[in-house]
Design a protein around this ligand. Structure first.
Ligand code: NAD
Length: 497
């Protein structure tokens, strides 16, 4: 970064083979947050080859589990040591508030701690085949060379959901952060080296996915591609990887419903809490969250009051530079992304949705150089509108109304995606009925947005396939091998001649 080599290939830090660089822009003020090396296709191929060599000839895949787990714990310690510097990089690159970045680094730390523990207690499974002379067991082996591709909204967090289980499983890998937000991942790969990750186990390239993508995901030397990002990219990667029947896990977008029954807001206190959770669920990180609750589905009897209260609080959200402790949310990640969000707002208006609040940039001249956008709410929305069906990935909430439980469930499932959903009700039996009926990977009942490293994360429908976190998030990086060992073999006796 800023003159130091940023590509890590086979344990050596290098500049791009053609000397190319890219400036990473701080969306808070348009300044340059860092200048980083931009890998070429040749560099990407070299990174895959280095990972292949480290897997086939290196020691990491056969390093005892207890040592792999100890290394993951060391990484967690170093993350805490470097928490502040990593948080500052994350805020400079993404624009998110420093408070959010610090939470991200704590979450990254817990992912490493979790997989250190989990891999340490995994054991082979003995299978009783009814013959005392046969030892039959199922063992886990590392899947091999992994390509790990991450998005820009949670750069290090999303990458850690991949690197931690991949290391725990004994894999080697090529990591490619988003070209929009590479800074924290570069610093992190240095930290991995310090923790003792052997050369070639974690290789790093950064640059445009459109340029490097096929070289990474279509290389026959790759055994597994784990991707987090948008639906269109997920489709492309799945197609390219299919050429060599390479396993793919894709974590894609969401258009997540937050269903509010009237009984969840029937006292002043519960009403305020419901408003608070809906507000936080959609406007945190200016809506740039895959699981943001962007579709409010509210019972008709309270809808007018609820939307009015939401609008009042949305207008008070302090949008500003993430480095300013007074800011409650930062800018959008780039000018281009704000253009996309603004286009969705214009579309919503043209589709006939009722703009209740926001729908514009902040007027504060101090924010003029950043890509800020105000929290925006559209009422009177329905499924014919693209702002209701497509992921806007910005601070936009759409409001639909329902009159009974069946309609609430129908609306909640009326999406091509299926990443996350929220339900608010004071009726426990109804709550259980509705959460079981919703076809989404995570469902929060009377809460919104929380997750833990120990529980699986992933989507139904077009939100993707495969799972991250939890035991399934480690299993993605492991092959199961059945070993049948006959200690006293006999002739099969089938063919008599
Ligand atoms: P994106 O799809 O544009 O880019 C994601 C990554 O893919 C980047 O590193 C990019 O360089 C790379 N890429 C682009 N084209 C590629 C190609 N042809 N081959 C290989 N790699 C390629 O997504 P984004 O804009 O960075 O991120 C936002 C999206 O990520 C949203 O849709 C959001 O919902 C999704 N997301 C999902 C989750 C989840 O857990 N499901 C989490 C975070 C973000």
């Amino acid at each position: 970064m800023n003159g130091e080599p940023d590509l890590c290939i086979g344990g050596a830090w290098r500049h791009a083979s053609d000397g190319g660089t890219r400036s990473s822009i701080n969306p808070a003020d348009g300044s340059v947050a860092g200048v980083v090396d931009e890998a070429t296709v040749e560099d990407a191929r070299a990174a895959v080859a280095a990972a292949r060599t480290a897997f086939d000839d290196g020691t990491w895949p056969s390093t005892p589990v207890i040592e792999r787990a100890a290394l993951l714990d060391r990484v967690a310690d170093l993350l805490q040591r470097d928490k502040e510097s990593l948080s500052l990089l994350e805020t400079a690159d993404t624009g998110k508030t420093l408070a959010e970045s610090r939470i991200d680094i704590d979450d990254v730390t817990s992912v490493f701690r979790y997989y250190a523990k989990l891999v340490g207690v995994q054991s082979d499974r003995l299978v009783d085949v009814g013959d005392a002379s046969v030892v039959s067991r199922v063992v886990r082996e590392p899947i091999g060379v992994c390509v790990l591709i991450a998005p820009w909204n949670y750069p290090l967090l999303q990458m850690s959901w991949k690197i931690a289980p991949a290391l725990a499983a004994g894999c080697t890998m090529v990591a490619k952060p988003s070209e929009v937000t590479p800074l924290s991942t570069i610093a992190f790969v240095h930290l991995l080296e310090e923790a003792g990750v052997p050369p070639g186990v974690v290789n790093l390239v950064q640059g445009s996915g459109a340029v490097l993508g096929d070289a990474l995901t279509g290389d026959p030397a790759v055994d597994f591609v784990s991707f987090t990002g948008g639906l269109a990219t997920g489709r492309t990667i799945s197609r390219v990887a299919a050429e060599h029947v390479t396993k793919v896990a894709v974590e894609l977008g969401g258009k997540n419903p937050h269903i509010v029954f009237a009984d969840a807001a029937d006292s002043a206190e519960s009403f305020d809490m419901a408003v608070d959770h809906v507000l936080t669920g959609v406007f945190l990180h200016s809506g740039q969250v895959c699981s943001a609750g962007t579709r409010l589905i509210v019972e008709e009897s309270i809808a007018d009051d609820f939307v009015a209260a939401l609008a009042e609080r949305a207008a008070k959200i302090r949008v500003g530079n993430g480095m300013d402790p007074a800011s409650e949310t930062g800018p959008l990640v780039s000018e281009q992304h704000r253009d996309k969000v603004e286009a969705y707002v214009a579309l919503g208006i043209s589709e006939g949705a009722k703009l209740v609040v926001g729908g514009e940039r902040p007027s504060d001249p101090a924010l003029a150089d950043g890509s800020y956008y105000l929290p925006t709410i559209f009422d009177r929305c329905d499924r014919t509108m693209r702002i209701v069906t497509e992921e806007t990935f910005g601070p936009i909430l759409t409001v639909e109304r329902f009159t009974d439980e069946a309609e609430a469930i129908r609306l909640g499932n009326d999406t091509d995606y299926g990443l996350a959903a929220g339900v608010r009700t004071s009726d426990a039996a109804r709550g259980e009925r509705v959460v079981r009926a919703l076809r989404h990977g995570t469902v929060w009942l009377n809460d919104f947005g929380y997750y833990t490293a120990a529980a699986e994360w992933g989507g139904f429908g077009k939100s993707g396939n495969g799972r991250e976190l939890g035991p399934a998030g480690l299993a993605e990086y492991q092959e199961m091998k059945h070993i049948w060992h006959n200690t006293a073999p006999m002739p099969a006796g089938w063919f008599k001649g």
